[in-house]
Design a protein around this ligand. Sequence first.
Ligand code: TXA
Ligand code: MG
Length: 329
Amino acid sequence: MSTGSPRVLPADSGIAEAAAVLRTGGLVAFPTETVYGLGANALDARAAARIFEAKARPSFDPLITHLADPAELAKLVGDVPPAVAALADRFWPGALTLIVDRPAAIPPIVTSGLATMAVRVPDNEAARALIAAAGVPVAAPSANRFGQLSPTRAEHVVRGLGAAVDVVLDGGPTRCGIESTIVDARGARPVVLRLGALPVEELEDAVGGPVTVRPGSSGQPVAPGTLAAHYAPRTPLRLVAGAQPSPGDGVRRGFLAFRERPAAEYAAVEVLSAAGDLTEAAARLFDGLHRLDAAGVDEILVEPVPEVGVGRAVNDRLRRAAATFDPAG
Ligand code: TXA
Ligand code: MG
């Protein structure tokens, strides 16, 4: 845990000051439509190194580079494969991260030495204004310590990273609540490297055919957001089929429900979407887990959501959060 507090600035009036911090090698946490990012100047290797330090992130886990405008992609990387350009055209600004060749301007530390770079244009006004004002591409992973719950509010960033970050731009809760979908579209058929806020079904619509989903990487950590154990609260978390009566064993349990408040007694309950809306459930997922984690329970039980659309990404996060405590699960 870092001690001390970062400067917290409103996302609208704080842009100029935050951009100056980025330009001088500092770290700025900022809202995107998915989760809060921990940003540094992507052209500055020392600034990028500070991200790894602040997150206690292993150096093998590459960062996503964020651009203010889709037109910046060709300027930064030169030749963009047509299939990649088509997806950028269709979904940017938005919750889609694309894989391209790493341009020489981006230091290898940003991509953890990979020959490729992950890049996206966030669909959040403050994020794009910040990147535009900084005048540089911004490398930004999620603004949490490695392996822990992703931040969907400025408070989550302050609590998790403390003074390890120089400035936090507070833009309120993020709209999607779950990370971007990462796609490698350089080959014959697009491959989803990480399920995320952009549903696979929408990608398939866009390309007019099936895409391959690679849920985990075998061997090399292609996308460590896909490590078996990730996105985890501090409290042990278990995936269950649904709410069940308490076994009466004195264990204090919290329950993360999809749509219905369980009839059984729990010490704390979070309902993701009373309307049964998966987009709303995704938006509330990490916030609900943060709250249950802070509720002082011994164990958190979660039930899966329907395995369609963004529900697939929600279940993916739940399985990984559970895996930290139950290697068999
Ligand atoms: O929604 C998001 O994508 C958020 C916001 C801040 O934009 N960012 C985010 O970053 O989720 P992070 O670092 O938590 O996850 C980035 C993932 C990592 O798992 C990383 O390994 C993968 O992207 N990645 C980065 N570069 C890659 C590359 N060249 N090839 C494959 N995966 C890559
Ligand atoms: Mg992350």
